[in-house]
Write a protein that binds this ligand. Structure first.
Ligand SMILES: NC(=O)c1ccc[n+]([C@@H]2O[C@H](COP(=O)([O-])OP(=O)(O)OC[C@H]3O[C@@H](n4cnc5c(N)ncnc54)[C@H](OP(=O)(O)O)[C@@H]3O)[C@@H](O)[C@H]2O)c1
Length: 295
């Protein structure tokens, strides 16, 4: 199987480059190799490479910056996935594309299903929703996987930030009025790899049978405050911590350019039922992830 992976250096893409390797030849790209805002270059790359599957883990994920940088957010998050899906159709490839819980406005009182109407509150969410629509309109052999609160132990995720803050501040004030489903990048990559492992010699044929929109996230839901508490409880180096207090705060205390949904937990029943897979509880994944924390 020939796999073309976009977003190689991101949280999910980094894991995917590793988990996908046993399935075949993985060509993994990121900036500056190919700028997804360059639609012509993107289309040409796919038509020349002729992959069996495209996995798109690339995105413009700077949620606050997207409020000002709307054109680039839409080029990368909306237009590029549409170009990928159309080019995938032309070469007979399947496409797996990631989207976000930020397509919802947060007014629900239970985890969102795929049937709930999206209503993004910010430009990032609008651009990602447009991307979903472009993909699903262009080609049937596509999975759009909406995930939420993605973290890895590399880089700048919420998990890494909480640990870093705890090394510098006596008191951590964390918002308690945002609830979501934390999703470990490794878990997402493993699940996608399991699905592609089922494709046999005809990924587009398999993805066409199961194609559509799915929610895929760590099982359960938690507030950011309780998530931060769980991260500190699993800190492999509590002796390096100066933080003594974790205090609940309200989102109003930390105004940001982009409004975030206060509730964006995802109901993943459609995914688990269709694919016969169990999604680990967010606490279980966090405990495993924290075991490899070096610092
Ligand atoms: N992070 C979250 O909490 C979250 C929540 C829900 C859904 N998602 C979705 O899940 C997917 C994976 O997210 P992630 O957290 O792994 O993202 P990430 O860590 O921000 O990685 C995205 C990758 O895409 C690259 N990229 C950005 N603009 C590009 C361009 N113009 N051309 C080519 N590559 C470009 C980035 O490069 P640079 O770093 O150089 O910009 C980065 O390597 C995305 O679809 C995202 O929307 C994420």
């Amino acid at each position: 199987m020939k796999i073309l992976l976009f977003g190689r250096d991101g949280q999910v893409g980094w894991e995917l480059q590793r988990t996908l390797a046993p399935l075949g030849m993985v060509e993994a790209l990121d900036l500056p190799d190919l700028d997804l805002a360059n639609a012509q270059a993107l289309e040409k790359k796919i038509l020349v490479s002729r992959p069996n599957v495209i996995v798109n883990a690339a995105a413009y994920t700077a949620v606050d910056r997207a409020e000002e940088d709307r054109a680039l957010a839409f080029a990368v998050n909306a237009k590029a996935p549409g170009v990928m899906a159309e080019a995938a159709r032309r070469v007979g490839a399947g496409l797996i594309h990631f989207s976000t819980d930020f397509v919802f406005d947060g007014s629900a009182d239970r985890p969102y299903t795929e049937a709930d109407p999206p209503r993004p509150l910010n430009q990032y969410g609008l651009s990602k929703l447009a991307g979903e629509e472009e993909v699903l309109r262009a080609w049937e052999a596509c999975l759009v996987l909406r995930t939420s609160w993605v973290y890895s132990l590399r880089g700048d995720s919420f998990v890494c930030k909480v640990l870093a803050w705890s090394r510098k501040n006596l008191t951590l004030r964390i918002v308690a009025d945002q609830t979501g489903s934390p999703s470990w990048a490794r878990m997402l990559a493993e699940v996608v790899t399991i699905l592609l492992g089922r494709c046999g010699s005809d990924p587009a044929g398999y993805l066409r049978e199961v194609g559509g929109l799915y929610h895929l996230a760590g099982a359960g839901k938690v507030s950011r405050f309780a998530w931060a508490q769980a991260i500190l409880d699993l800190d492999p180096h509590p002796e390096r911590r100066v933080a003594r207090m974790l205090e609940p705060a309200s989102s109003d205390e930390f105004p940001t350019p982009a409004v975030r949904p206060v509730f964006s937990a995802l109901d993943c029943a459609r995914f688990t039922t269709t694919f016969g897979l169990q999604l680990p509880a967010w606490e279980q994944s966090l405990a495993l992830a924290m075991q490899e924390r070096q610092e």
